[in-house]
Design a protein around this ligand. Structure first.
Ligand code: ATP
Length: 251
């Protein structure tokens, strides 16, 4: 049995058919990257897996095994709460904060390198620091499945690399579905990569084709990977070509 299995899924918004007969299976403990261009339906699919997409689903079923947490691109911190309360958000909202939950939050904030900033308000943090707090909050939830919607895409290159490495290290034993439009990120972090491809008609979405999922690409070795190997650079070029719909040898 898989941590996430999607069978025969169809999602349509008005005239726009995003998915027609989509099937996907995410094995337990794997990091799976879903790579696709803007507008192909990546976030919608993630919302559907989280049970948040009610309107567009026409057919099919989605099964998830275990508790789900979400790590988003957008700054999801509550600016009027302290950093510690943001990490203990669930406990804060359910009035279940204790000395133990505070200690755990502090230790997770230490793990993500935020100990020196605990006295700051959330609005005083940089984008990278906010994502570190969001990562600590995801860890605090101790979920089995982490849905990541481009969590690193707004960060500068060095912060992105640091947070990718940190997330891979701290969430090593979790099942992760990572949505990204960055082939390099997918190669650095994932055990398997799928490409979501479609022909998007920007003038009339009723002519857009439903997205199709590629065969999985299996990556060797431990993540996070450095891209110093020639084969990984070739793979990156291949993924770019697939994303823009070109023949592998055409660029
Ligand atoms: N609730 C909705 N009602 C109507 N259309 C929607 C709804 N949600 C998403 N869409 C449309 O579905 C398409 C896919 O959106 P989605 O956000 O899933 O794309 P994406 O691949 O995540 O793009 P990006 O990488 O730019 O975030 C878009 O054309 C969007 O306008």
């Amino acid at each position: 049995m898989s941590a996430v299995s999607i069978n025969n899924l169809a999602i349509t918004f008005d005239k726009q058919v995003l998915f027609k007969e989509l099937n996907l299976s995410v094995p337990f403990g794997y990091w799976v990257a879903l790579l696709g261009r803007s507008g192909v339906g990546k976030s919608t699919l993630l919302r559907a897996i989280a049970g948040l997409e009610k309107n567009g689903i026409q057919q099919g079923n989605i099964n998830t095994q275990g508790k789900i947490a979400w790590l988003a691109q957008q700054d999801s911190l509550y600016p009027w709460l302290s950093i510690l309360d943001n990490v203990q958000l669930k406990e804060y909202l359910t009035h279940r904060k204790t000395k133990e939950t505070k200690q755990r939050a502090e230790s997770l904030l230490n793990a993500v390198g935020m100990t020196a900033h605990l006295d700051k308000a959330c609005y005083q943090l940089s984008g990278g620091q906010r994502q570190r707090v969001a990562l600590a909050r995801t860890l605090m939830q101790d979920a089995d499945i982490i849905l990541m919607d481009e969590p690193f895409s707004a960060l500068d290159a060095v912060t992105k690399l640091q947070l990718q490495n940190l997330s891979r290290q701290l969430l090593a034993d979790k099942t992760v579905l990572l949505i990204t439009h960055d082939p390099q990120e997918a190669i650095r972090l994932a055990d398997q990569i799928y490409i979501l491809q479609t022909h998007l008609d920007t003038k009339d979405i009723s002519f857009s084709q439903p997205a199709i999922l590629s065969e999985p690409i299996h990556l060797q070795g431990n993540a996070p990977r450095d891209l110093h190997q020639a084969t990984l650079w070739q793979l990156q070029q291949q993924l770019f070509n697939q994303l823009i719909g070109k023949d592998e040898n055409a660029l």
